[in-house]
Design a protein around this ligand. Structure first.
Ligand code: CP
Ligand code: NVA
Length: 302
């Protein structure tokens, strides 16, 4: 049976640790993929309806280094942009491709695509979720802190695809997720209700509430792709959630700062924090490549 990756909860803890083991191998030997040629003779589409730097580049290279053929499909150059349906696109591309990585707006669209596509579908970000990012971020946390389980992860800012995926990951991996977000921008019920262990989640409007015992402090843009019209309004609403040295005054010495990037310096985070010794953003970005290669390995060797 084909294996999709549309939300992180499609993997259990054991499978995630298996993917981490594979990622460690690929990280220690970049070219190992070329020798394994796991994706030889396979073409993997990359359908992107939103911009991307990290996800697209790391997936293209991951497919290439596993011996496959990545095909970049900017949404606006396909017939989707002229109204061809998700179902027709999925059924037709199914006859050519052996898998597809999709970045789009609606989680419902990617789930519909997966119903009509005969091969694995990987979610490269929707408005609701960003599972590849958070899979890789859990790997980065384990690398930097020695474990994921039991960690205190604090997220500040907009309740978006990143914080939603962190909540789902906390439930699988057993870490505490604390979210500081203004009223009206907190995680949606549809995500919170999916948690089996709701004790792992705390939500508050106070930006300073979950700083002092945090092992990980994470933020993301206040305005996600697709909400640009609200940028000015959001800058005012989120101002006090900026991660700056004043907010972090009582933080642990060895906390790590994470951001999925792209960052809006001077808004959700200041230069002094994102460029500090606590910041792991570049290793975090690099690990996308190793973890996605490991995810593809896991999916295609099953
Ligand atoms: N973090 C992330 O997904 O970055 P891109 O939008 O550049 O792919
Ligand atoms: N929340 C951001 C993540 C970008 C990787 C967005 O959706 O734009």
């Amino acid at each position: 049976m084909k294996r999709d990756f549309l939300r992180i909860s499609e993997l259990n803890r054991q499978e995630i640790y298996r993917i981490f083991d594979i990622a460690k191998h690929y990280k220690s030997e970049r070219t190992m993929g070329l020798s394994s040629r796991l994706l030889r003779d396979k073409s993997i589409g990359m359908l992107f309806n939103k911009p991307s730097t990290r996800t697209r580049i790391s997936f293209e290279i991951a497919v290439y280094e596993l011996g496959g053929n990545p095909i970049y499909l900017p949404g606006e150059t396909t017939q989707i942009s002229r109204g061809e349906t998700v179902r027709d696109t999925a059924q037709v591309t199914s006859r050519y491709l052996h898998g597809i990585v999709i970045r789009t707006y609606s989680q419902g669209d990617i789930e519909e695509f997966a119903r009509y596509f005969a091969h694995p579908v990987i979610n490269a970000l929707t408005d609701l979720l960003h599972p590849c990012q958070i899979l890789s971020d859990c790997f980065t946390i384990s690398e930097k802190k020695g474990r994921v389980e039991g960690m205190n992860v604090t997220y500040l800012g907009d309740g978006n695809n990143i914080s939603n995926s962190l909540i789902l990951a906390a439930d699988i991996m057993g870490f505490n997720i604390r979210i500081s977000a203004p009223e009206g921008y907190q995680p949606p019920e549809e995500i919170v209700n999916l948690m089996k262990n709701k004790d792992l989640l705390k939500i508050d409007t106070d930006p300073g509430k979950f700083i002092n015992d945090a092992d990980v402090i994470y933020t993301d843009t206040w305005t996600s792709m697709g909400s640009e019209a609200e940028t000015e309004k959001r800058e005012k609403i989120f101002e006090k959630y900026q991660v700056n040295s004043r907010l972090l005054a009582g933080a642990k010495k060895d906390f790590i700062f994470m951001h999925c990037l792209p960052a809006h310096r001077g808004f959700e985070v200041t230069d002094e924090v994102i460029d500090s010794e606590n910041s792991v953003i570049l290793d975090q970005a690099e690990n996308r490549l190793h973890c996605q290669k490991a995810l593809l390995h896991f999916i295609y060797s099953d």
